[in-house]
Design a protein around this ligand. Structure first.
Ligand code: ADP
Length: 485
């Protein structure tokens, strides 16, 4: 790992707590981080747990009033510095990310710049946390509304975007004066620790940003949820774990933001520009090897264009080069672990037994974690693949004929994160956009994520928004002052 980096000090093997590295280890226990493309062990990281989490929370709690007491410009200046450092170190951060997570290096670099864009955005937003004045309800009353940081925030992030998922939470939190205890996924702690290293170099005060890496996620999560010094939890991950965290946060009515699972429909209407729809499907389905919560999970194609679309998509899928993300020209890396492979195999077995036809791919390569880009035709709503998040490079095609029919099919899920459709007719575009029960709708595009727009879901995909002017509200409490004059 180290020989591939310009700056080797970006790799750290312990937690970052109260401005110090490796201060608390639970009896010297360590865990391994391995490259999913090769199995090679990249690093051994101190395996922290409840005690370290408590120490980190105490540090964040102690640092919070001082951090909130700085001017917005002072906080913004540090965040801008962090943004610059992320951009300057983007190559190294991308290498660390690809090695621990597997995505192609160019995509990893894109993720780092995407993460950095949130830091820049919220550095800018820090100075625009405006309150309000409201006409009084009585002649002698004046009403003023303040927005204040919620306090210490616990961030729990997944492995699929080890840099950006953390960046887009920590940026608004720090911008408004919250302090942070972050728990990265055990598969990919190195990106979070590299970010902490950059923040150390930027000169963020000790305790403002803490990272607790560890394999005992339930113990760390439990402490973050139960500790009264933590005001809020922001989580990105599976709906099941999200529900556990909500239950754990119920006792002290903790604030929460939840970015949970998705089951994105991708609808191709009969009047769609088919080539554009294929481009969109490729990016929405195969970015990160199909391992994003906004990946197209069910591709509905109008019967009139079904065969033509399937043929064009298959042709493009055949061009995908799969392999080690560090190699040039690789479009698609490995899945994250054995469990992910098993899930994809199970979903395909189930689809096959229900009449699905594998038109392309369908198996793993040898005993590696590479799973071939797979086209599944004749998918239908009775299959598990229609209900569950695939999180792999499998594109299931469903056939439909009516607009109302496809809207109903698309909404027939407990999830409501991203959705996509391709159509030209303006009245249909608005009808479908308004009828889809999703937090995000890509219309004639397969790529919707940007720091300037509110990312988030409805239904069991969660609540709260990340990015845009809305994203900062998740880290603010409203206080109203009633003043008698
Ligand atoms: P995935 O299936 O994508 O790994 P998870 O929801 O399991 O999604 O993981 C997302 C994040 O939640 C990771 O950081 C993981 O370690 C953490 N996590 C998993 N289980 C728990 C739990 N019981 N409490 C707190 N965090 C958890």
């Amino acid at each position: 790992l180290l020989d591939k980096l310009r700056d080797k000090s970006l790799v750290v093997a312990g937690g970052f707590i109260d401005g110090k590295w490796n201060t608390v280890s639970s009896r010297g226990k360590v865990f391994r981080v391995a490259n999913p493309a090769t199995g090679e062990v990249l690093a051994q990281i101190s395996d922290l747990s409840t005690h370290a989490t408590q120490v980190a929370i105490d540090a964040a709690h102690k640092a919070q009033p001082g951090w909130a007491g700085k001017t917005a410009k002072e906080r913004a200046d540090l965040l801008k510095k962090l943004h610059r450092m992320m951009v300057e170190n983007a190559d190294d951060l991308a290498t660390i990310l690809t090695l621990e997570m597997g995505k192609p290096w160019a995509e990893a670099r894109g993720e780092v710049l995407y993460g950095a864009a949130y830091i820049e955005w919220f550095a800018e937003e820090a100075r625009r946390v405006y309150g309000d004045t409201i006409p009084g309800h009585q002649p002698d009353k004046r009403i003023m509304v303040l927005k204040q940081p919620v306090g210490v925030v616990g961030l729990i992030t997944p492995w699929n975007f080890p840099n950006a998922m953390l960046a887009r939470k920590l940026a608004p939190a720090l911008a408004v004066g919250c302090t942070v205890v972050a728990k990265p996924a055990a598969e990919t702690p190195l990106s979070a620790l590299a970010l902490a290293r950059l923040m150390e170099w930027c000169g963020f005060p000790p305790g403002v940003f803490n990272v607790v890496p560890g394999t005992d996620a339930p113990a760390i999560g439990q402490e973050l949820c139960a500790n009264p010094k933590v005001a809020k939890i922001s989580f990105t991950g599976s709906t099941n774990v999200g529900k556990i965290l909500m239950r754990q946060c119920a006792d002290d009515v903790k604030r929460m933001s939840m970015e949970l699972g998705g089951n994105a429909p991708f609808i191709v209407f009969e009047d769609a520009d088919l080539d554009a729809a294929v481009d969109g499907a490729m990016i929405s389905k195969f970015r990160n090897g199909g391992q994003t919560c906004v990946c197209a999970n069910r591709i509905y194609v109008h019967a009139d264009v079904y065969d033509a679309f399937a043929e064009k998509l298959a042709a493009r899928m055949k061009e995908l080069k799969q392999g080690n993300g560090m190699e040039k020209g690789v479009d698609i890396g490995p899945l994250i672990n054995e469990k992910a492979i098993e899930k994809v195999v199970e979903l395909l077995d189930d689809a096959r037994s229900g009449g699905g036809e594998i038109a392309l791919g369908g198996k793993r390569s040898g005993d590696s974690l590479m799973f071939e880009p797979t086209l599944l035709k004749n998918a239908d709503k009775t299959m598990r693949i229609a209900r569950e998040e695939i999180f792999g490079p499998v594109a299931p095609l469903f056939k439909f004929t009516g607009t109302d029919e496809v809207i109903e099919l698309a909404n027939a899920t407990e999830f409501g994160l991203a959705s996509y459709f391709y159509a030209k007719d303006l009245s249909k575009v608005f009808k479908v956009a308004e009828a889809l029960k999703y937090g995000m709708v890509g219309i004639n595009t397969g790529l919707i994520s940007t720091e300037t727009a509110p990312f988030g879901g409805v239904k069991q995909s969660g609540f709260g928004r990340e990015g845009s002017k809305y994203g900062i509200e998740d880290y603010l409490d409203i206080k109203y002052l009633c003043i008698s004059v």
